[in-house]
Design a protein around this ligand. Structure first.
Ligand SMILES: [Zn+2]
Length: 177
């Protein structure tokens, strides 16, 4: 192989690594993407200062700092009303009450998102071991974690923080003829 061509290949490989690293850095240092959803309506991107200004302290701590609320402390772990759960940061529709089930964990739990593209999955390695972090695909808000011990048939359990969600009751069907 000619020396010039070899250098070109090395340079291209190097740039690829830099691009990959920049992507990870944007989504959070050390996180490895398992599946990144494509949000309908495009992305919402704000600076950390802008999110801090816009969100209530607990919502900011959970969604932008990867916090976890105490079990049985959130607004929705024991909620049964019919409606949709939106992202508390950007408003994207994430989960439907029809997919909610009582997991006995003290956190709101769902069988699946309304659309696989509404959420993204990342590998999350910490003191609890390797878990799957779930984020909003539109604004990267930390929502909670996904596990594979949910009810059949899919067997998924999305274990979420109430603070990351905003419940919107379903509007009753019009009774007018
Ligand atoms: Zn969002």
């Amino acid at each position: 192989m000619r020396r010039g061509r070899k250098l070109t290949i090395l340079l291209a490989a190097g740039l690829g690594c830099v691009a990959a690293y920049a992507g990870f850095a944007r989504l959070g240092a050390g996180r490895i993407a398992i599946r990144v959803g494509t949000p309908s309506g495009g992305r919402v991107e704000k600076s950390d200062a802008e999110w801090k200004e816009a969100l209530a302290a607990e919502v900011y701590r959970v969604t932008r700092r990867g916090g976890t609320e105490r079990a049985c402390s959130g607004a929705y772990w024991n909620a049964h009303a019919d409606g949709e759960y939106h992202c508390a940061c950007c408003g994207q529709v994430l989960f439907d009450a029809a997919a909610k089930f009582d997991s006995g964990t003290g956190w709101p739990s769902f069988r699946q998102p309304v659309d696989t593209n509404a959420v993204s999955h990342f590998e999350d390695r910490d003191v609890f071991g390797v878990r799957t972090e779930v984020t909003c695909s539109r604004c990267d808000a930390h929502l909670g974690h996904a596990f594979d011990d949910g009810p059949p048939p899919a067997g998924q359990r999305y274990c979420l923080n109430s603070a990351a969600l905003t419940f919107v009751p379903r509007r009753p069907e019009s009774t007018h003829p």
